[in-house]
Design a protein around this ligand. Structure first.
Ligand code: 5GP
Ligand code: MN
Length: 341
């Protein structure tokens, strides 16, 4: 029903939403769908609740992204109310687009989820698979299920490939499957320029970003007993180093690079008085999705999650240090100890 409507001759109004601070997979999967639906001659808009990182500006189609926080609200409201279909891409809970969620109450559009995070809320149509290593995999399956793989051109393939690469840490994370490689192969067959993509996705540091990283590394604390490392960045640090969105990307991975550390945490005070944003990464069986949900109103995946705290930066860290001993067993005696190196 959904497929025949979208594949049919009638032009539909479609709105695509991705999540706050969209990452490579959120942007890659939603830009791919934007191009795909345009090829099917639908009227499509792609909305991001907040600005995306400059790092991804080179992706095909970014000029089409409507940044909600910078756009005329009444126009966006009209688009939502008049739409036939609204797609929610790479997130599964409307709390992740907090500033927009009420607008959906006014729309009769069918609401469709395409996402790979666990524990989705309910939507009219759900393409949800938490075992998929990226939402871009689900977009590829979606197009394949519509028998439209021939519609994937170089631009769509580039966007999907970026989604695969960034959500799997360049094809390395435990979420990798043979399907990820299979789809990557199919995308390469579409003529994408691998060198160009890799070159843009290599971590590029300008002087300020490197100094911000150095600040975070200096503050890195290791709690050997709990196999945990954590660090933080203050609002004053980021104003000093003329922070741009995305500059803290990657800071969290350094903690996990330390031998025997299985849990890395990054506290980020982006603006004074705003909630503290916290990122969690783990190796092996320690489930940071559950941890973030339980203590920091967050979520994500088993090995990569995030959340927020309304407390001050130092109080948030103190709270974290108070609860971490409760996880001694999970951190130090993971069920599958062989998967931790
Ligand atoms: P990051 O640390 O890169 O911001 O986020 C890592 C993962 O955690 C992302 O894939 C995202 O899905 C999830 N995540 C980050 N922040 C939040 C949050 O505040 N709420 C929820 N539910 N998930 C989050
Ligand atoms: Mn994703």
């Amino acid at each position: 029903m959904l497929f025949s409507n979208i594949n049919g001759i009638h032009k539909k109004k479609i709105v695509l939403f991705t999540h706050n601070n969209p990452d490579g997979d959120a942007l890659g999967s939603s830009l791919a769908l934007l191009f795909y639906f345009r090829k099917l001659k639908h009227d499509v808009d792609l909305i991001s609740p907040t600005e995306y990182s400059e790092f991804f500006r080179w992706l095909p189609g970014t000029d089409n992204i409507i940044v909600f926080s910078k756009y005329t609200q009444s126009i966006i409201k009209k688009k939502i109310i008049n739409s036939d279909y609204i797609f929610f891409i790479d997130f599964n809970n409307l709390s992740r687009i907090n500033n927009i969620r009420d607008l959906f109450l006014y729309s009769k559009a069918k609401k469709i989820l395409i996402d790979h995070h666990p524990f989705p809320s309910c939507f009219d149509f759900m393409f949800s698979d938490p075992t998929a290593s990226a939402t871009s995999i689900l977009v590829f399956r979606f197009i394949s299920d519509m028998n439209n793989l021939s519609k994937i051109d170089k631009k769509i393939a580039t966007c999907l490939y970026v989604g695969l690469m960034t959500d799997t840490g360049f094809f390395r994370f435990p979420s990798m499957t043979s399907e990820t490689h299979f789809i990557a192969g199919k995308l390469i067959e579409k003529g994408i320029d691998l060198n160009y993509i890799y070159d843009h996705l290599q971590n590029k540091y300008n002087e300020n970003r490197l100094k911000l990283l150095s600040k975070a590394l200096k503050k890195l604390k290791v709690i050997k007993k709990y196999r945990t490392a954590y660090t933080s960045i203050r609002a004053s640090d980021i104003s000093f180093y003329s922070y741009k969105q995305g500059d803290t990307e990657g800071i969290i991975t350094y903690g996990l690079g330390i031998k025997n550390i299985v849990f890395s945490v990054f506290f980020f005070e982006e603006k004074e008085k705003n909630p503290i944003k916290i990122s969690f990464r783990s190796k092996g069986n320690f489930d940071v999705n559950i941890f973030a949900r339980k203590h920091f109103r967050g979520g994500g995946h088993k090995n990569a999650s995030g959340g927020t705290s309304e407390k001050s930066l130092s109080e948030s860290i103190e709270y974290f240090l108070r609860i971490i001993p409760n996880y001694y067993k999970n951190l130090c005696f993971p069920f599958d100890i062989t998967s931790v190196t």
